[in-house]
Design a protein around this ligand. Structure first.
Ligand SMILES: Nc1ncnc2c1ncn2[C@@H]1O[C@H](COP(=O)(O)OP(=O)(O)O)[C@@H](O)[C@H]1O
Ligand SMILES: [Mg+2]
Length: 484
């Protein structure tokens, strides 16, 4: 394989700034910061957020960041996250692979194609990194005025339904039918976001409410207004056939987290041309539309640990201790992040979300000031047999400690909690999800079989947790009463 060159830029309030030069060989990723970027200095906390939390200008300065390639990670993990996912469900991969294949010098399947996809769609994606072939391409992209009109939402209804029909063919995996040009033409080379559910990054009219419905009109990501109406950037998730009901279930779980006081992005539902959609406000953009650094736990873990390639290469207690260590190289309120993640885990158990893996939790901000990103993707995937596991990252279960209840409490201590605090967090989660089963039961688009399965799972977990609690209380009570 040849060497691959690219440049990384970022969009800042005072204008676009080149961050560094990138060289990728079969052996490694090398990245060097520009003098201009290093000149930002550490006073400028967000500005100093470079390639990745553990590959920051603070840690590397003029030395190149070097990431040795390994199985499944041919590229620095933070950059890998910008390439449209391998999954057959990734809309951007489907569309742009088809378009690139038709070019005279079509990239070869494999890394060559991945690289071409990165250069085509690596701009305006999740987080603050923009990847381009060279500086000229960067300047050309930034010079393009933000498109306001015409936008797909404003075009003739004929065009709009051609767009949604194309998306529907894609979501149905009917690639032979898919009208790739219809999507490409209307959206341009849009960036992608990882994950399993097909999604688009777009802007929709700002409904100014926490949740509710939306009329289905949209524009390119970054669009601030259309005809004077404010627009907001969202991750638009499109329900695929084999996960029928997931949009409504995820919307419910977002709402449940909101009610319990978690920080949760606004979200809106729509049913359009037979597609079930869920739009979630992007939290990696500030109020003026400028990007905030964002990186999943997975990416940070993979950068810092050579052995790590999947969520199975660690366990939940190690994640807790690892957060502690991270606190010594970045400015992070370790206790707050540990408490928050532990609480999300308890909620995941109570809502049948077996999918709280390290790509479903992220850091927001740069090394000068970083925190845990708001809740995203809390979908209760245990409704599907294929995903019916209690924890996506293993819990090192110790029988001598006791059952699920005792092991969960013990886990709390790896997150800096006392047993009493862990117990209280778990109890709160149980209380705040008390009517969850009833609310699942009431969801119209979720097939009965999925609802029954999920409710069954959740009731069983509650029974295990609540019985164990009673047993512990009874034992304590007996001990207290027995004569000394
Ligand atoms: N509201 C959001 N703002 C910014 N980035 C987001 C948001 N929601 C999701 N993401 C990013 O997009 C990726 C995929 O989204 P996710 O909701 O996890 O989709 P899936 O259900 O397909 O796993 C996440 O890993 C995260 O990096
Ligand atoms: Mg996800």
């Amino acid at each position: 394989m040849p060497d691959y060159h690219a440049v990384v830029w970022t969009r800042r309030i005072e204008g676009p700034l080149k961050m560094g030069d990138l060289l990728v060989t079969p052996q490694e990723t090398r990245f060097s910061y520009t003098d201009d970027f290093l000149a930002l200095g550490s006073d400028d906390l967000l500005g100093a957020a470079g390639l990745s939390l553990l590959s920051s200008p603070r840690l590397y300065g003029r030395n190149p960041v070097v990431f040795p390639a390994r199985e499944g990670m041919p590229l620095h993990p933070r950059l890998l996250a910008l390439i449209p996912g391998e999954g057959r469900r990734n809309i951007q991969r489907q569309i742009y692979t088809r378009l690139l294949e038709r070019q005279p010098n079509a990239p070869a399947p494999g890394f060559d194609m991945d690289w071409a996809l990165l250069l085509l769609t690596g701009y305006n994606g999740i987080g603050h990194l923009d990847v381009f072939r060279d500086d000229r391409a960067a300047l050309a992209a930034y010079a393009q005025a933000q498109p306001t009109l015409p936008t797909p939402g404003n075009r003739s209804p004929g065009n709009r339904s051609r767009f949604w029909n194309a998306i529907r063919d894609d979501v149905a995996l009917d690639v032979t039918l898919m009208d790739a040009e219809a999507i490409a033409e209307l959206l341009g080379p849009t960036p992608s976001a990882g994950g399993m559910i097909p999604k688009l990054l777009v802007a929709i009219p700002d409904a100014h409410s926490d949740s509710g419905t939306w009329d289905g009109s949209f524009a390119r990501p970054g669009t601030r207004t259309v005809n004077g109406k404010p627009f907001v950037d969202v991750v638009l998730k499109i329900e695929p056939m084999e996960y029928q009901g997931v949009a409504e279930l995820e919307a419910l779980c977002l709402q449940l987290h909101r009610e319990a006081g978690f920080v949760v992005p606004r979200s809106w539902r729509a049913t359009l041309d037979g597609l079930e959609l869920l739009a979630v406000e992007r939290f990696d953009r500030d109020a003026n539309g400028f990007p905030l650094p964002m990186e999943t736990f997975y990416s940070v873990f993979a950068t810092g640990n050579r052995r790590f390639t999947t969520n199975q290469d660690t366990d939940l207690a190690e994640v807790g201790r690892w957060l502690e260590k991270l606190g010594s190289v970045v400015n992070l309120d370790v206790r707050a992040v540990q408490r928050e993640f532990y609480r999300r885990l308890c909620f995941a158990v109570c809502t049948g979300n077996g999918d709280l893996h390290l790509q479903n939790v992220a850091f927001l901000g740069g090394p000068g000031n970083v925190t845990i990103a708001p809740v995203f993707d809390p979908a209760p995937m245990r409704a599907w047999p294929r995903h019916d596991v209690r924890f996506a990252v293993p819990l090192d279960f110790d029988d001598s400690v006791g059952g699920l209840h005792e092991n969960l409490i013990a886990l709390g201590t790896a997150y800096g909690l006392t047993r009493a605090q862990a117990q209280e967090t778990l109890q709160q989660s149980l209380d705040q999800t008390r009517d969850y089963a009833q609310r699942v039961e009431a969801l119209a688009t979720v097939p009965a079989e999925r609802r029954e399965r999920l409710i069954g799972v959740v009731r069983k977990e509650r029974a295990v947790l609540e019985n164990a609690k009673e047993t512990t209380a009874m034992m304590k009570d007996n001990q207290a009463r027995s004569p000394r």
